[in-house]
Design a protein around this ligand. Structure first.
Ligand code: SAH
Length: 248
């Protein structure tokens, strides 16, 4: 399961934390580390904190944007130390592991961690199907980045160990799906197309968008559409645009 699970760190400030994350991951038998625009990397402090896990630092994939880091993933999970403005499906690390474990054999999964000082932005969290919150002390909720990665990856490992013992391989939705799930890049193209169409038909006012797009994102992400479903939705949008242009 582990090769399909990637840990994505966004804009990490302290290279020591990147090393700490590499070590935490290797302890839990995960190897795919992706970094979005790290402030300082490679760095001696990263190597020092990684201890025997410098191989993960050497093979880490560096991206300019989060969109690029998750483009080929079907499941994207954001982590957050606090609740956000509009509610999003939220799970604790154990619940996440129960969701991820059965599907990690054939789906690519990204678990995204934020900046040390201010976490992930709302826009970044709106790229995700689920948010994970470690139920920490509400008066002191923010864990060190590497500690947060350790807690989440420990639960993934426990779920994998139990599944091996019980040999439970129940597929997602209880049956083998006929079509591959859409990945993040398919979904981002859909959301762009949807937004353009809603502007064309005067449903969305670009001057006053309110929370319309985040709410629609949340709806579609909850449905986890497959590739054919996304194509059908985009076909409907194209027909809508043609129709509305014809009437202009
Ligand atoms: N002040 C920031 C905290 C950043 S901590 C905020 O309010 O969001 C750095 C990162 O560690 C977070 O972006 C998240 O990825 C992870 N993290 C820390 N505490 C967490 C918690 N209780 N639950 C889930 N992730 C957490």
């Amino acid at each position: 399961m582990s090769a399909n699970i990637r840990i994505v760190l966004v804009n990490t400030t302290h290279p020591g934390n990147i090393g700490g994350v590499a070590r935490a991951m290797k302890n839990m038998a995960l190897g795919e580390l992706h970094l979005v625009a790290p402030k300082k990397f490679p760095h001696v402090n990263a190597d020092a904190r990684a201890a025997g896990a410098t191989d993960l630092l050497e093979s880490a994939v560096i991206h300019d944007t989060l969109e690029e880091a998750i483009a080929d993933c079907q499941i994207v999970v954001g982590t957050s130390a606090r609740g956000r403005h509009i509610p999003w499906p939220v799970v604790d690390p154990r619940e996440l592991a129960a969701i991820v474990q059965p599907i990690a054999t054939d789906k690519k999964i990204a678990i995204v961690f934020g900046r040390e000082d201010r976490g992930l932005t709302n826009e970044e969290l709106h790229l995700c199907q689920y948010h994970v919150h470690i139920p920490s002390n509400p008066d002191f909720s923010s864990l060190n980045l590497a500690a947060a990665v350790q807690v989440v990856t420990y639960e993934l490992r426990m779920a994998s160990i139990y599944a091996q013992e019980n040999e439970q391989h129940k597929p997602q939705w209880g049956t083998d799906w006929d079509i591959e799930l859409a990945d993040s890049s398919d979904l981002e193209r859909l959301f762009k197309h949807l937004e353009e169409t809603l502007v064309d038909i005067d449903f969305l006012d670009p001057e006053n968008p309110r929370q319309l797009m985040p709410r629609l994102r949340r709806l579609y992400l909850r449905a986890m559409p497959d590739k054919v479903e996304v194509n059908v939705l985009r076909g409907i949008l194209t027909a809508t645009q043609k129709n509305s242009n014809a009437k202009d």
